[in-house]
Ligand binder design. Structure first.
Ligand code: GLU
Length: 468
């Protein structure tokens, strides 16, 4: 069975790069009816935080990247790591080393002077008298031969063992290192595919040697290129590499963010928008780009807009709920949210924007948008609005058609174009200069609210021009 994993170190939020490798691993497991494991690599006791673990789990949940096992915490597995290290020591595949920092630095200095690649010189490899106290445990990396990574993204990569250090498996305090824990876990969890960022590619040959030393079956490797900012530099907060939950707060739909991340570094013909099912069906490791990708906020917003335009209104309503709560908008007293979504989905780039655009359906406003009122309330306004108001009062069947015919009738009676009647009406009923077409808007606002607002606007505009 295919088994993949996402093993973040809980030292911060789940950010864009991590979310993308999680997505690729998740997709690969799902398309092969496999298992996807969430493993928390929390051996760095000083840099870990519970807050970060929570942020990662929240991020995974929000994105809908469900896992079949986990979260598994490495700190719960220290005994197992110790046992494996002991096994390697017993089998002569690892050794204790008490070289001091000064000694190691002197060796490196010498190597640099000789124009050699700096690495541990193997001084303690064959010693048996190193005391436990204060010593590290190193892996006896083979001295000869090549390690070949058959990378599913990058192709074959060959590294000679002479290039590789005897890596440290445990520190003097006994805490195992990343390369040891990751191999023990991937072995014990029967990982078939390791899909991760290519910042780990230097670790892979070392890990392969460790797998072999432990007699474990090698997983397949796929190294995904980094994501860069639009200035070609490594992605940082400045470029939008914030935690994924920030994207929720900013009004992105999780599926849109996944869609963007999928396309960032992978493509399928010219297709831009992928349903969850299509993602699972079409994703291929071999089609992951070999070159780094550039993060582009504009494109992400475009993808989000497409989702807002096309997602079923009921589904959008579910995503919108968080924003309505966050913006303290109670929608229980007003039109059906799905109807409002249908009317507004073409004019919002984000859910945050959508939520803030629809307040006037549910709440009365105390002030008009200043610019809108200034531009659209003229001396003729009270007369126009009064005329509309009188006619609207007579309407029994409040619907877009009846509303539209009132507007037409007022235009005709006052011999004014739509351009003179529509804008003040819109400001009167919505408080703003932007809304869907007036028949749709007034229909959703409802008769009672529309009449009240027109009365208020007549009074407001009258007072305004009486003053001047
Ligand atoms: N904990 C490592 C990281 O967050 C995992 C790397 C791996 O996938 O092996 O970078």
């Amino acid at each position: 069975m295919t088994v993949t994993r996402f093993p973040p170190s809980p030292t911060g939020d789940l950010h864009i790069g991590g979310a993308r490798t999680a997505l690729y691993s998740w997709l690969y497991a799902r398309q092969n009816d496999g298992k996807f494991i969430l493993r928390i690599e929390d051996t760095d006791l000083e840099r870990n935080s519970k807050q970060s673990v929570d942020a990662i789990i929240d991020g995974m949940n929000w994105l809908g990247l469900d896992y079949d096992e986990g979260p598994i915490f490495q700190t719960d597995r220290f005994d197992r790591y110790k046992a494996v290290i002991q096994q390697l020591l017993d089998e002569g595949k690892a050794y204790r080393c008490d070289c001091t920092t000064e000694e190691l630095e002197a060796v490196r200095e010498q190597q640099r002077a000789n124009k050699e690649k700096p690495k541990y010189n193997g001084k303690c490899r064959e010693r048996h008298d190193v005391s436990v106290e204060g010593s590290v445990i190193r892996f006896k990396n083979p001295l000869e031969g090549d390690v070949v990574i058959h990378d599913r993204v990058k192709g074959d990569i060959v590294i000679n063992n002479r290039e590789l250090d005897d890596l440290i498996l445990a520190r003097p305090n006994g805490v195992p290192t990343y390369n040891l824990t990751v191999v023990v876990d991937d072995m014990d969890m029967q990982m078939t595919h390791v899909i991760r960022g290519d910042d780990h590619i230097n670790n892979t040959p070392r890990q392969i040697n460790l797998f072999l030393a432990l007699g474990a079956k090698l997983p397949e490797f796929a190294h995904v290129p980094m994501i860069l900012g639009d200035d070609g530099k490594r992605l940082s907060k400045r470029h939008g590499a914030v935690g994924v939950m920030q994207y929720r707060d900013d009004g992105f739909i999780p599926q849109a963010l996944l869609n963007y991340l999928l396309r960032l570094g992978w493509s399928h013909e010219e297709q831009e928008i992928f349903s969850r099912e299509e993602m699972i069906d079409l994703f291929k490791l071999e089609n992951v780009n070999v070159a780094a990708s550039t993060f582009n906020t504009k494109k992400l917003i475009w993808v989000n807009e497409q989702y807002i335009k096309t997602l079923a209104a009921e589904e959008l309503a579910e995503h919108l709920e968080w924003h309505l709560d966050n913006q303290k908008l109670d929608i229980s007293n007003g039109p059906a949210i799905t109807d409002v979504i249908e009317a507004h989905r073409d004019r919002a780039k984000t859910l945050k924007e959508l939520a803030s655009n629809i307040r006037y359906y549910y709440e009365d406003f105390s002030e008009y948008d200043e610019k809108a009122a200034k531009k659209n309330f003229k001396t003729a306004t009270p007369g126009i609005l009064q005329n509309l108001l009188d006619k609207f009062k007579q309407v029994n069947d409040w619907n877009p058609e009846s509303i539209e015919s009132v507007i037409q009738a007022t235009c005709e009676e006052l011999e004014l174009g739509m351009g003179k009647v529509g804008p003040p009406l819109r400001v009167a009923v919505t408080g703003t200069a932007m809304s869907p077409s007036l028949d749709v808007t007034l229909n959703l606002v409802g008769k009672e609210r529309s009449l009240k607002r027109l009365e208020k606007a007549v009074a407001f505009a009258t007072a305004k021009y009486a003053e001047s």
